[in-house]
Design a protein around this ligand. Structure first.
Ligand SMILES: [Fe+2]
Length: 433
């Protein structure tokens, strides 16, 4: 019997309750809602299904649990190799791509598999979302857009599609088209929080900060049901729009209440859902550290006592040290924090041990080279700045950001903007500006 999922695509998930959990999981991912535990609900019902195992791997990836992610993908492969061949070709392609990316350490091959699969099943928005994520991690923005363009013709009326198109356009410098796509997404669904985020990007980069703060503030209640990344990241956007307007106290307030709140968040559901804020989450830490650095640079108070100076330690307290290289941009911001707090020895260990070893372990030669020049080069520049050698810092950071703006470190243009702002300080302090 050919069973189809909610997108009308053939699926091997036989149990209707598990199928419903899978559909809710996909919706959760696209909406960044808190209820990622639906992947585990499907796993409890149909543990020997490959797609269910792959989505469980995806869940653990979002939780930052690499070992369990890989175990779920290996289990999926064992099922695939031993079980009856009911798996749909689409599910087989997704399983293969996730394995290439997360077990075999071959992200470029994973991206090729996902792009090929999208060509065959362009309405599969989960496939598109993951293709864009792999491309994003690689800093390959052209591929992000290419993936969205593959799906565009088939998804003209599809809710949640235009946000994916908008973000890819914005990352490719097409702010005008990105705004049109974001507004189209919001016409279809005004509560599409990813599209709200995309519109925030376009307003920020076109300098419309009053409009940006008003728009985001008006939609902030929509983020209450989001996972911590989306909740804290949309507030991060609200904060940087205020920062651009010089509203220092408002930024401090948003940081304390939403980006890095000191109060423990209330648990959601049975505890397996994602909390609204999560201090152990790498993405939450990344946003908080990036905002602190940007605040100090914009207000010209980097390295001196100022209203946010004590917040550096309050974030670093929750960072697992030495850094685990789950997210390269996160790691350089942690190096920034260590240097900012005068913990130079720990910063040296992070850069010259854990980060360097991570780079050397990369199988993909071009990835290894990109990370060496851009990621390690930038981090070594921050170390040099910490030693007071601003000339060397300026030289290393200039070189690191010269290639695609440091895109190999991951993060969006706007998340990496702060690295370019730090370069300006390095140039200034070394007498080169
Ligand atoms: Fe963003």
């Amino acid at each position: 019997m050919n069973i189809v999922d909610t997108c009308g695509l053939s699926t091997s998930v036989a149990n209707p309750i598990a199928r419903d959990a899978v559909a809710r999981y996909v919706d959760t991912v696209l909406r960044y809602s808190a209820h990622w535990e639906s992947a585990l609900e499907a796993l409890e019902i149909e543990p020997e299904n490959v797609l269910v195992r792959v989505l469980a791997a995806d869940f653990y990836l979002a939780k930052g649990n690499v070992a369990e992610t890989q175990e779920q993908l290996r289990h999926a492969l064992r099922v695939e190799e031993s079980g009856p061949d009911s798996l749909s070709p689409r599910e087989r392609a997704l399983s293969r791509a996730m394995r290439q990316w997360l077990v075999e350490g071959a992200p470029h091959e994973a991206l090729a598999t996902l792009m090929d699969a999208l060509t065959q099943w362009p309405t599969d928005l989960f496939m598109l979302k993951r293709a864009q994520l792999v491309a994003f991690v690689l800093g390959d923005y052209k591929a992000m857009l290419q993936a969205a363009r593959i799906s565009e013709r088939e998804c003209q009326e599809t809710p949640l599609f235009y946000g994916l198109l908008s973000f890819a356009l914005e990352q490719n410098g097409e702010a005008g088209l990105a705004e049109v796509a974001a507004r189209r997404a919001l016409e279809i669904d005004a509560r599409d929080v990813w599209a709200q985020h995309c519109l925030a990007h376009t307003l920020y980069f076109s300098g419309r900060h009053e409009e940006g703060t008003a728009f985001l503030q008006a939609h902030a209640s929509d983020w209450d049901d989001c996972m911590s990344f989306m909740y804290t990241h949309n507030y991060f956007h609200l904060a940087i729009a205020h920062l651009a307007l010089g509203h220092w106290r408002t930024v401090e307030h948003i940081f304390d209440e939403h980006v890095w709140p000191l109060a423990e968040p209330a648990p959601v559901g049975d505890g397996r859902a994602f909390a609204r804020t999560d201090r152990a989450d790498v993405q939450d830490q990344l946003g908080a550290l990036g905002l602190l650095l940007k605040y100090e640079l914009r207000r010209a108070v980097y390295g001196v006592d100022n209203p946010v100076a004590s917040r550096w330690a309050s974030v670093l307290e929750y960072v697992a040290l030495p850094v685990r290289s789950l997210d390269p941009l996160h790691d350089v911001l942690v190096v920034h924090a260590l240097v900012r707090l005068g913990r130079l020895d720990e910063a040296e260990v992070a850069v010259n041990t854990t980060m360097r070893e991570y780079v050397e372990a990369q199988q993909d030669v071009s990835r290894r080279n990109d990370l060496t020049v851009q990621w390690l080069g930038y981090a070594r520049g921050v170390l040099a700045a910490g030693r007071g050698d601003w000339g060397e810092a300026a030289e290393l950071i200039t070189q690191a950001l010269a290639t695609h703006g440091g895109a190999a470190m991951g993060g969006s243009n706007e998340q990496r903007e702060v690295l370019h702002e730090f370069l300006l300080l390095a140039l200034d302090n070394s007498g080169q500006s």
